[in-house]
Write a protein that binds this ligand. Structure first.
Ligand SMILES: [Zn+2]
Length: 711
């Protein structure tokens, strides 16, 4: 269930983990910034590290000069200058579709989690029902390949039987309801989240879905690469049906049926750019109103089946899509729907099944879609899966070992300095009227912060874990999370909750809660190191904090008021001014070329790019404010403090991508590629040009009339 109010930093890209963990997050933990992910492509980073096992690069707490490529002038291509050395000496491992500073941090973190999980798995005397027993047993069951092979498809027998026994539309709808709890992307997705216009209440949310490719456009584009990809997808679906035991001819026919069903759903899906607009996805309806939209779908039964029978109204994210679903459910044969559901069930849990399923799943979602050459080792997939299903049971052990209270205190000070800088900036903006300014400052003043880990950990007592076949633990965990989420409907929001697990190398801004969140996993070197000089911390982590703060004021975030409600607080003139400034940025990103014939999508990336530029401007101001009354810092390694600030910013984006993944991201992701996240903001900042004494004619400097600036 996409939580549309959350915007992730998108710091790096772990890519498709190989199928073990990949399917849960999109449907259960929700990452709206990844609106492209239709349940199969995990575009998120789960990671962490420790100060102790910190990235080797930053062991000296300084800036690593070997990151540089001095054969390129900083004013010609700052990404290459600042990150070229790092990229050259850090090739992409065969198991990854991309590799960057953030991925390396993630890798350290995963190894730290592995230690914890192996300790837990070894222990025989853990108290039954304790979190230590649960994480140990979950990990052990995932690692027990012999048991997985011996169990075969048995963990799914009951579910396949139910699908086979569907006789009519009522049966079909009941099965769609049932499969929701397992995170199966069956036709659409139903979950719970804040009411965008009454942020203190949790309501039901129906959201478009039902696809096996990353997003709807994949079914509709006509270029050669897209056609090839669709052919590869159909071949993959065919293979999965064969693995389920169907003969070749039948499997091929079934794959065609799946493709027809999904193409039809894709045609009526809302486009990714529109999914970013909270006004376009808010349609709260009473049951009677939903009934008018979908006269043939028995929503009352559906709500009862998913355990939400008291619900009298909910949000329908994409009414046109649901209208179409209603027609499809009446016009398409039950047999075709049974085929479609069988596919989505096996697809959703492929990573937990015997090796032949895992390997076929990786072949398409890893190799073909992202360019990875090899699947991640099993232990790593199992660590990520445990973090996904039991993240807050595992999290306390991680935090205890790797995130001391001092780190939390220091990070908080930095966040407060950034807030003060944004406050000063808002107070002095020349294009904003006093009325809007007052509202903006009010919103900033009510912004809350979450740093490191939750104050209150999630209760897993209703999730039973034992050393049964892995798929059983996985399904049970999916159902636990689904039910836990739906149980919140009608209740006030619990603002202490976290969406991300503590070891995650990412950050987020939750619009409905007017909060910014920084897990322990990202508050680690080189992003943040209390022993580094301030210029580096402000350029790197300061940029991240600024990014999340300014999301509250990007093209989507600006639609929410100080209480986290979707409500306009702008005067018409200020809004127009703001939107024009956003368009300026979108236009710049349209011009960045990913590969011949493929450009970044400025409109899709507008919010993230506003946050990147705004965040860096605010971090720079905060850094200079922190220097007030102090002597000018001396250069280090030949670089002035300002130069080090910008070098640290670029260091955070030192990442390279396989072409397949670069293409996938450019097509689906609202975050531009890391290279452009470096070049874009810097080319708009005269502070950067001044720091490196770039002449007005160099590529890193935009003419004044071409520059964009919001904050
Ligand atoms: Zn962001």
């Amino acid at each position: 269930m996409p939580r549309f109010s959350v915007i992730l930093l998108g710091f790096a890209f772990a890519g498709y983990a190989g199928g073990v963990a990949a399917q849960t997050k999109d449907s259960q933990r929700a990452t709206a910034s990844r609106s492209g992910g239709a349940g199969c492509v995990e575009i998120d980073v789960q990671a962490a590290t420790s100060s102790a096992s910190a990235a080797d690069d930053s062991a000296n707490h300084g800036y690593n000069l070997s990151n540089l490529d001095r054969s390129v002038a900083p004013c010609d291509d700052f990404f290459q200058f600042a990150d070229g050395g790092w990229i050259k000496s850090n090739p992409i491992p065969s198991t990854h579709p991309s590799w960057g500073v953030g991925d390396k941090l993630q890798q350290n973190n995963i190894e730290a989690l592995r230690q914890i999980l192996e300790d837990a798995a070894k222990e025989k005397g853990a108290a039954a029902g304790s979190n230590w027993q649960k994480i140990g047993d979950y990990y052990a069951s995932c690692m027990d390949e012999a048991q997985v092979e011996a169990a075969g498809l048995k963990p799914l027998d009951a579910e396949f039987k139910r699908i086979a026994e569907i006789k009519n539309r009522a049966g079909l709808e009941a099965e769609i309801a049932r499969l929701q709890q397992y995170g199966v992307n069956a036709v659409f997705r139903f979950g719970a989240d804040s009411d965008a216009k009454d942020s203190n209440q949790i309501i039901g949310q129906a959201y478009q879905g039902g696809l096996g490719l990353p997003e709807s456009e994949y079914y509709l584009r006509d270029d050669e690469k897209s056609q090839q990809l669709r052919a590869a997808y159909v071949a993959h679906v065919t293979k999965m049906f064969q693995l389920l035991g169907d003969d070749d001819a039948r499997a091929a026919k079934e794959a065609k049926t799946v493709m027809d069903r999904e193409t039809s759903l894709a045609k009526s899906s809302m486009k990714p750019v529109d999914l970013r607009d909270p006004d376009k996805t808010y349609h709260k309806m009473t049951i009677a109103e939903v009934h008018q939209l979908m006269p043939h779908f028995a929503w009352k039964n559906f709500l009862r089946d998913v355990g939400a029978s008291g619900v009298s109204s909910f949000n329908v994210g994409q009414p046109e899509f649901f209208k179409h679903v209603d027609l499809e459910l009446t016009s398409v044969s039950i047999a075709d729907w049974q085929t479609y559901l069988r596919w989505h069930l096996v697809h959703a849990v492929a990573g937990t099944l015997p090796a032949k399923f895992v390997s076929e799943n990786f072949d398409f979602y890893g190799r073909t879609l992202t360019g990875s050459e090899e699947i991640l080792p099993r232990w790593q997939r199992c660590v990520e899966s445990t973090d996904n299903q039991l993240g807050e049971a595992l999290g306390p052990y991680y935090v205890k070992r790797y995130f001391p209270p001092e780190a939390k205190a220091k990070a908080l000070i930095m966040v407060q300095n950034l807030v003060a800088a944004l406050r000063a900036d808002l107070s002095a903006l020349d294009w904003m009227s006093p009325a809007t300014r007052q509202k903006a400052i009010e919103k900033l003043d009510t912004l809350s912060f979450k740093i490191g880990y939750p104050d209150k950990w999630r209760d897993y007592s209703k999730y039973e874990v034992s050393r049964v076949p892995y798929a059983n633990n996985y399904l049970e965990g999916s159902a636990f999370e689904f039910n836990r989420n739906l149980a919140k409907i009608g209740k006030p929001v619990d603002r202490a909750e976290w969406d991300m697990t503590p070891p995650t190398v990412n950050a987020e801004n939750g619009s409905s809660w007017n909060e910014i969140v920084f897990p322990a996993g990202i508050l680690q070197p080189p992003f943040f190191d209390p022993n580094r000089d301030d210029a580096l911390n402000y350029g790197d982590m300061g940029g991240v904090i600024g990014h999340e703060m300014t999301h509250s004021f990007d093209n989507a975030g600006a639609k929410y008021d100080a209480h986290g409600n979707l409500k306009n607080w702008w005067t018409p003139e200020d809004l127009k001014n703001f939107q024009d400034r956003g368009k300026c940025i979108a236009k710049q990103f349209d011009a960045f070329e990913v590969e011949p014939g493929l450009h970044e999508n400025g409109e899709l990336e507008e919010g993230e790019s506003i946050a990147d530029l705004g965040g860096l401007v605010i971090a720079y101001a905060a850094y200079h404010k922190s220097l007030e009354g102090k002597p000018e810092p001396a250069p280090i390694d030949g670089f002035t403090a300002d130069q080090r600030f910008f070098l640290a910013y670029a260091e955070g984006w030192a990442t390279q991508f396989r072409p397949e993944l670069a293409r996938l991201l450019a097509n689906t992701n609202e975050h531009p590629l890391d290279k452009f996240r470096t070049l874009g903001p810097l080319s708009n900042m005269p502070e950067f040009a001044k720091a490196f004494q770039c002449s007005a004619k160099t590529p890193m400097v935009r003419a004044e009339a071409e520059r964009c600036r919001i904050w």
